[in-house]
Design a protein around this ligand. Structure first.
Ligand SMILES: Nc1ncnc2c1ncn2[C@@H]1O[C@H](COP(=O)(O)OP(=O)(O)O)[C@@H](O)[C@H]1O
Ligand SMILES: O=C(OP(=O)(O)O)[C@H](O)COP(=O)(O)O
Length: 403
């Protein structure tokens, strides 16, 4: 049983609110999509209107990634969306951050800097240990309560997600509450059940694949995106140096062995692309897997038309489809076809559940709609649908009682 905002006496209370506003970032550093900020408006508005003093905690990107950066543009955008001033401080738990939180008055909001600027935040801890990290130990004394609205990050056991509710009363925000309601009630989704695993977070996708195949939750897994490329290499296909180098640079080389083990154990339930699309002479060019490797410098950027026809046939018989991750580099018009058609076909399945920040952004851009549920979380939604507990949700369940 988790407490919600209905259980929190908000007025005059200083609340640390963990949101997930991790967003695509344009080349000039601005937000390329603000959907995740919009999602949290209800929670933040409610807290502010009820007289709360709100300190927003969030991450943006992963250390070393192109989208790793400051939350300053997020604060500006939140101010527009909330229709009230939102301060930003370029500190997360230092004296400057604590002063900014202490000086909040009823109805004030400040965004603290990217929690992942601080190294412990990118590590996974059990909640008790997380409570002793620098972030929680330094910030908790200036907060009265903690609200977790970051469903999309609830599968991470990181300090800002599991540490605070160990030392102060923790509550689910409105996004967290509604995601848990919708995804938690899908106990008996219609079969056959198909998982579509695309995108670029290969280790997460392979974890999910193991889990749903072992538990017999998935009748088929359709691979797409970088996930498919890893499976193709594991299956002995020569995808060429460009795709291999990309996988190596992402640190995913060991995932090829894990994909190979999965194919050995459950190969009959894992569908691999039959063709891929590469950039040749500045145009989309499709190659059957038998025609691989591609020419030098060409990388597999999307699944091809034969693969789409094959996947569409499998989806015709599905009762439930759960999808995460674009099928290709949808940001480039030449490689959006796989995502457009695959996700389009999924809207015809009786129960269709989609998750993921980039995925949702791709679908908006491509105008694909009509799913049963579009979750704010990708990995978090998938983990929940594997029936595994989300660490941040468990931490809220075990939170300390309000005084
Ligand atoms: N074949 C591919 N090669 C390189 N990148 C790809 C490929 N297919 C998809 N991607 C990239 O995957 C990214 C999204 O993946 P991911 O972050 O896992 O999605 P989500 O945020 O929805 O969970 C996009 O930026 C897209 O360009
Ligand atoms: O974008 C996110 O997850 P998602 O890609 O599964 O939707 C969350 O912000 C979690 O980010 P992380 O996967 O870097 O921990």
């Amino acid at each position: 049983m988790i407490d919600t905002l209905d259980d929190l006496d908000v007025e005059g209370t200083t609340v640390g609110v963990r949101v997930d506003i991790n967003s695509p970032i344009a080349d000039d550093g601005s937000l390329a999509d603000d959907a995740r900020l919009r999602a949290h408006v209800d929670t933040l508005s409610e807290l502010l209107e009820r007289g709360g003093r709100v300190a927003v905690l969030a991450h943006q990107g992963r250390p070393g990634g192109d989208d790793f950066g400051t939350l300053s543009p997020h604060a500006d955008r939140l101010s527009d969306l909330l229709g009230r001033p939102v301060d930003y401080v370029d500190a997360t738990f230092s004296q400057a951050a604590r002063d900014a939180v202490r000086s909040l008055e009823d109805g004030d909001c400040v965004v603290l800097e990217n929690t992942r600027f601080y190294s412990e935040e990118y590590m996974e801890f059990d909640p008790d240990r997380a409570a002793r990290t620098q972030l929680v130990a330094n910030l908790a004394p200036v907060l009265d309560a903690y609200v977790n609205d970051a469903f999309a990050a609830a599968h991470r056991s990181q300090p800002s997600l599991v540490g605070f509710p160990t030392v102060m009363p923790g509550y689910a925000g409105r996004v967290m509450e509604s995601e848990l309601d919708v995804l938690g009630s899908i106990e008996e989704t219609p079969e056959p059940r198909i998982y579509v695993l695309g995108g670029a977070k290969v280790p997460d996708s392979i974890d999910v694949a193991w889990s749903v195949l072992e538990k017999d939750l998935a009748d088929h897994i359709l691979t797409a995106g970088v996930v498919a490329n890893v499976f193709l290499i594991a299956d002995g296909v020569d995808l060429g140096d460009a795709s291999s180098d990309f996988i190596y640079e992402q640190g995913y080389w060991d995932e090829i062995d894990r994909a190979s083990d999965l194919l050995d154990a459950y190969g009959d339930r894992i569908a691999l692309p039959r063709d891929v699309a590469v950039d040749r002479d500045d145009s989309r060019h499709e190659l059957g897997v038998n025609a691989l490797p591609p020419q030098e410098g060409e990388a597999a950027m999307d699944i091809g038309s034969s693969t789409l026809a094959y996947y569409e046939r499998l989806l015709e018989d599905a009762g439930t489809v759960i999808l995460n991750g674009p099928a290709g580099v949808f940001e480039d018009d030449r490689f959006e076809l796989g995502t457009r058609r695959l996700y389009g076909a999924a809207t015809d399945v009786p129960t269709s559940i989609v998750g993921g920040g980039d995925t949702a952004s791709a679908l908006r851009r491509l105008g694909v709609e009509g799913f049963s549920h579009v979750s704010t979380g990708g990995g978090a939604a998938l983990q929940m649908l594997t029936a595994d507990q989300l660490p941040a949700v468990s931490a809220l369940e075990r939170t300390v009682d309000a005084a």
